[in-house]
Design a protein around this ligand. Structure first.
Ligand code: GUN
Length: 264
């Protein structure tokens, strides 16, 4: 099943579940940037909420917002009884410490799953794992290669796949090209999130039954392009656009329901 079909199916299930709740789940989205990518992403999240019957409030703050002002907004959201959860859309303007902001969000309301004490899994890795399982991609004892070591994707993805008993290798900007090629050639599942258009291409060889999960979205003159060239010779490759971004958005609302103590 394509990601689009899978997400449509899960959304229908969530919508039906939300319809049974007398108290509708409520989320706030704080955006402190004018970034085109973020704006598109936030718009997608608001559209999802509307479709699912979930209340969503966009709190848009000016680019001139200081760290102290943002912390005050977060403090209010941490303590209000209005929102079950909230997110602060990344990236944040220069001068605001993103790690500090992530730590200031109460783990009880951290729908992104960014806080180290959060019981929730970060949305992108969670969405990816659920989809791989749905597609019955073999994981146990198989080789996972994660390219990129970010706190939002690479590291939590590695932990999740390790929990699935995969042999997990994380590659990054200091990995030599030779090692990169060797690890990729043996990989059963490749998750790439490095923000380099078409980094995975035909200069590498792949197992023909491999799965490539492409987290990258790069704006180029040719349009939106993933970190992998489209249509590589593997069994399953997630498209860009219409791929992992949809899984992340879905996982956000799965996390919100988990915070409310409702799961399916
Ligand atoms: N920026 C890119 N991805 C994300 C995400 O999943 N959550 C937030 N808050 N910001 C992001």
């Amino acid at each position: 099943m394509t990601i689009k079909e899978y997400v449509a199916l899960r959304k229908e299930e969530i919508k039906n579940l939300v319809a049974t709740l007398t108290q509708k789940p409520s989320i706030a989205i704080v955006q402190v940037n004018e970034d085109a990518g973020s704006t598109a992403y936030v718009r997608g999240k608001l559209k999802d909420a509307e479709e699912l019957g979930i209340k969503a409030e966009l709190i848009k703050l000016p680019l001139t917002t200081t760290q102290a002002e943002l912390l005050k907004v977060i403090d209010e959201l941490n303590n209000d009884n209005v929102h079950d959860g909230f997110i602060v859309q990344m990236p944040l303007p220069k001068g605001i410490d993103e790690e500090l902001i992530k730590l200031s969000i109460s783990p009880k309301k951290d729908v992104d799953g960014f806080h180290p004490l959060s019981s929730l899994v970060a949305c992108t890795p969670k969405g990816i794992l659920n989809y791989l399982k749905h597609e019955q991609v073999p994981l146990l004892g198989k080789n996972a290669v994660i390219i990129g070591r970010s706190n939002i994707v690479g590291k939590p993805m590695a932990r999740l796949l390790l929990k699935e008993s995969m042999n997990v290798t994380i590659l990054h900007s200091k990995t030599t090209q030779e090692d990169m090629a060797n690890f990729i050639a043996r990989a059963d599942v490749i998750v790439i999130a490095i923000g380099k258009a078409a980094f995975l291409d035909n200069r590498f060889t792949y197992k023909k039954d491999a799965t490539i999960v492409d987290v990258g979205i790069n704006r180029t003159e040719q349009g939106l392009i993933g970190d992998a060239l489209a249509n590589l010779p593997v069994k399953l490759q997630t498209p860009v656009p219409g791929g992992v971004g949809l899984l992340t958005r879905l996982a956000l609302y799965e996390n919100l329901l988990e915070i409310k103590g409702v799961t399916k």
